[in-house]
Design a protein around this ligand. Structure first.
Ligand code: DON
Length: 573
């Protein structure tokens, strides 16, 4: 194992009682020490690797594989640890998508996106004058969809090897006995304190009277008890019984509408992945209710006939072409994409060569496009999420993107149960043309209906070369997710970069509306000036995404990289 970058080392002293567990890997002196851990940005591993938003989560995933689990076991254990150590986005109160490829070639798409409660309605976030009340779709109890994560984890068990009771034990141990906060985590908890106090109805572990500081230990007893109920009772330990009662009691205290029946009826769904070719590689990504796979296919296929590598990395020419593909794909997102169980999404057409050639027919390499001139195509047929990438020794690949939507979701902690709820209802189009928190607009396709899943941008993605594993990748970032994955893939395939560089390079983003290009602060100044001269409106912004990737090297080793933009970290062996 090669450690390329060691950035942080935190420790504190702990005296506590660790229960005997079936997978007792957490604690001082054990494989995973939550009081002494380091962030590792890159690593080359012989057999198995994990890249996730937190060192403890990546380490647990790697140890699970070392002890006989496969990539699916590791995905379950890693997500559960993220639900403890990364409350911004790791969750049991949210939802996500898992995309997997078994070594025998079988593709697996598990949709555990949140769903609108049975008593949700199309205009539930409009006032009597028809104005959107975005505060209600974004903050507090009414913003929460029915959580899907726990159902997703149990569906993933169909592909795992180890018992669930073992896979959840590390998360229980860390919740019960605490972990040491990094500087970023302490600052993040301080910044969200007022919002959590405002939107929660009972005391909880995230809020204390003094400020959090680096090296503090965060203990989450109520969350540990919730996880133990799930350990003992399975899926019902969340969707029925005491946990469900605590969720519904929280809803009643805060005018939310998720009911016992909503929880009991929630099911994860299997989705056939989106698959397409790009310059001799097979790219596999997630289907609706995520827009991610379609957008990725559209953008890559729109630029495929152009010699992007000849244009040069992030030159005016290559960036302008990529922006115009982004603009056109996002115009289609607003019109045609939603939950396929409620709205017929014309997937085949949207990613067909003919259709995409027509979409680019008005592309002019010398002129900035204008979004008001670019409508969705004509079709005749009737910040905070988190991503983890995992590969195991056999060659199974798993990409999971999971979210509460905003950082810390709706900022409501379920009283007595210790976890945050999502604010995923804001990913619906609450009113045609009204932008959600990511500036995305939509209409009929993504209108609210009971039981419907809100349109996502999450893009867990696998790439094969010669039908063999090549890359596992994905990122958070709201509507910037598909463009980050698109650019990381172009960086690897067109510009031949390693996965770490492909991820860390500055990103740019256009989403049709608003008609502007967002670029990260470290984006090339010359290219930016040239694009501005062409007429592009450019806005500078902080980090776009936190991409985690693993690439298979020709010597069969796995090159893992965690985004430079956070505490993200890799582990493996
Ligand atoms: O599903 C979606 O597209 C959004 N709820 C994702 C939110 C997200 O990535 C926030 N992260 N920065």
């Amino acid at each position: 194992m090669k450690k390329l970058l060691l950035t942080i080392c935190y420790f504190s002293y702990f005296v506590g009682a660790y229960g005997q567990s079936t997978l007792s890997i957490v604690g001082p002196g054990k494989e995973v020490n939550p009081y002494l851990y380091t962030v590792q940005k890159r690593g080359e591993f012989k057999q198995a690797a994990v890249s996730s938003a937190h060192p403890l989560a990546s380490m647990v995933g790697a140890v699970v594989m070392k002890k006989g689990g496969n990539a699916f076991d590791a995905a379950i254990a890693t997500q559960l640890v993220l639900a403890v150590v990364y409350p911004n986005a790791g969750n049991i109160g949210g939802g996500g998508f898992l995309l997997g490829r078994k070594v025998n070639g079988e593709l697996i798409g598990i949709d555990y996106r949140e769903a609108a409660p049975a008593s949700a309605s199309r205009d539930m976030y409009l006032d009597k004058n028809g104005n959107a009340k975005l505060n209600l779709s974004q903050n507090g109890h009414l913003a929460s969809g029915i959580p899907g994560t726990v159902a997703g984890l149990f569906t993933t068990m169909n592909y795992a090897k180890l018992p669930f009771s073992q896979l959840i034990q590390p998360a229980i141990d860390i919740a019960a006995n605490g972990y040491v906060l990094t500087e970023k985590e302490a600052a993040s908890l301080n910044s969200v304190k007022d919002a959590i106090v405002k939107n929660s109805t009972q005391a909880n572990a995230f809020v204390k009277s003094t400020r959090w500081k680096v090296g503090d230990t965060l203990v989450q007893k109520e969350l540990a008890a919730t996880l133990q109920r799930i350990q003992q009772e399975g899926q019902k330990g969340f969707y029925e019984g005491k946990t469900a009662e605590l969720i519904v009691a929280e809803m009643k205290r805060g005018n939310g509408i998720v009911s016992m029946d909503d929880l009991k009826n929630y099911q994860a769904k299997m989705r056939a992945p989106i698959s397409f070719n790009y310059r001799g590689h097979q790219v596999i990504s997630f289907a609706p209710p995520s827009s991610g796979g379609i957008l990725l296919a559209q953008m890559l296929k729109m630029i495929e006939k152009y010699p992007v590598s000849k244009y040069g990395f992030q030159t005016r020419k290559s960036v302008q072409l990529m922006i115009e593909a982004e603009r056109r794909a996002y115009a289609d997102r607003a019109e045609f994409m939603g939950d396929p169980d409620f709205f017929k999404v014309p997937i085949k057409t949207l990613i067909s060569d003919d259709y995409l050639a027509k979409r680019m027919s008005d592309y002019d390499s010398d002129k900035a496009g204008i979004s008001s001139n670019i409508k969705a195509g004509v079709i005749k047929e009737s910040e905070e999420t988190t991503h983890l990438s995992i590969v195991d020794a056999e060659g199974n690949m798993v990409a999971v993107t999971t979210t509460l939507n905003n950082s810390y979701g709706c900022r409501t902690v379920v009283g007595g149960a210790g976890f945050l709820l999502n604010n995923e209802m804001d990913d619906f189009s609450v009113k045609p043309g009204v932008p959600n928190m990511y500036g995305a607009v939509g209409g009929e396709a993504n209108a609210i209906q009971p039981g419907k899943r809100m349109l996502s941008s999450m893009t867990p993605t696998l790439v094969l070369k010669d039908n063999k594993p090549f890359v596992v990748i994905g990122t958070p970032g709201g509507t910037t997710i598909p463009t980050s994955v698109y650019q990381a893939i172009v960086n690897m395939i067109d510009f031949n970069m390693g996965v770490g560089d492909a991820i860390d390079k500055p990103k740019f983003h256009h989403q049709w509306l608003p008609d502007e290009v967002m670029v990260e602060n470290d984006f090339d100044a010359t290219t930016k000036d040239q694009l501005q001269k062409m007429g592009y409106k450019i806005s500078m912004r902080g980090a776009i995404g936190r991409t985690e990737g693993i690439k298979f090297l020709p010597n069969k080793r796995r090159e893992a990289a965690a985004d430079k933009r956070g505490d993200d970290s890799v582990a493996g062996f």
